[in-house]
Write a protein that binds this ligand. Structure first.
Ligand code: HEM
Length: 223
């Protein structure tokens, strides 16, 4: 890490340079159905299962990263990590974590995380940013999911809404701490590239899962 050539706001760069990726991600049919409460419950559970595989690898790499860079201790915090929330959600739905099989998109993202951990560890912050930022929209999605599947508060929803009313404050704190780090321009470029790739993999996973939705659920109702 170096402050040579550091641009002012790494988080603004990341947001501005991935805006189109976010728009594509949130407009995918899978995300629309999730938000609209029309996605079959089994596909919601499959999403949690696939995300579990990703977060398990990402958060292990994040712990190694903060061990190597103590300045990241207050950014990559255990309280923000999602693996335990996913375990709790999967237990709620009776899913055996050891039996989950990664889809092609999940495997691609895990391979990318492992490659970055080996070759360009700081770029992992770009991957991490996408999932941390996604909690902002996921809070709204959680409400639809709770209604659609009749979930009591908290049950099966810990991944989508891990922080409740604290979400905004935690996100602002995360962004501020990231901006306070003097990342080099080269590191920032690598993070943006990693964030874009993460959005692409998340989108591919959404499409893979959407392809499993029975046609009856995806066609518009006939008059
Ligand atoms: C129905 C789907 C989605 C909706 C409705 C949604 C909505 C939102 C909203 C309202 C925000 C907060 C914007 C702000 O306060 O400035 C946000 C931020 C964000 N979302 Fe989504 N989102 C969705 C899907 C996703 C997905 C699938 C991802 C990637 C896994 C994602 C990643 C992000 C990120 C990284 C941010 C932070 C952007 C920044 O840097 O400020 N979102 N989203």
């Amino acid at each position: 890490m170096s402050n040579l050539g550091a641009a002012a706001c790494v988080m603004a760069r990341r947001r501005d340079e991935t805006t189109e990726h976010h728009q594509r991600a949130e407009s995918r049919p899978f995300e629309r159905a999730l938000l609209g409460g029309t996605l079959p419950r089994a596909l919601y559970v499959e999403l949690l299962a696939q995300r579990y595989l990703v977060h398990r690898v990402l958060e292990r790499a994040a712990r190694d990263l903060r061990d190597a860079h103590p300045v990241l201790v207050d950014i990559l915090r255990d309280e923000l990590f999602q693996e335990a929330n996913l375990v709790a959600d999967l237990e709620h739905f009776g899913i055996d974590q050891d039996a989950i099989v990664a889809t092609r998109a999940t495997r691609a993202l895990i391979e990318e995380i492992e490659r970055l951990a080996d070759q360009r560890p700081l770029a992992l912050l770009g991957v991490y940013y996408v999932f941390e930022g996604s909690k902002n929209g996921a809070r709204y999605v959680a409400r639809s999911v709770a209604n659609a599947y009749g979930l009591p508060p908290g049950s099966g929803l810990r991944y989508l809404d891990p922080h409740g009313e604290q979400q905004r404050a935690l996100w602002l704190d995360f962004k501020q701490r990231m901006d306070d780090c003097a990342f080099s321009t080269a590191d920032q470029d690598a993070m943006v590239a990693a964030a874009r790739l993460t959005f692409d993999c998340v989108g591919e996973l959404d499409d893979e899962l959407w392809a499993k939705v029975p046609a009856a659920c995806t066609s518009p109702p006939t008059a």
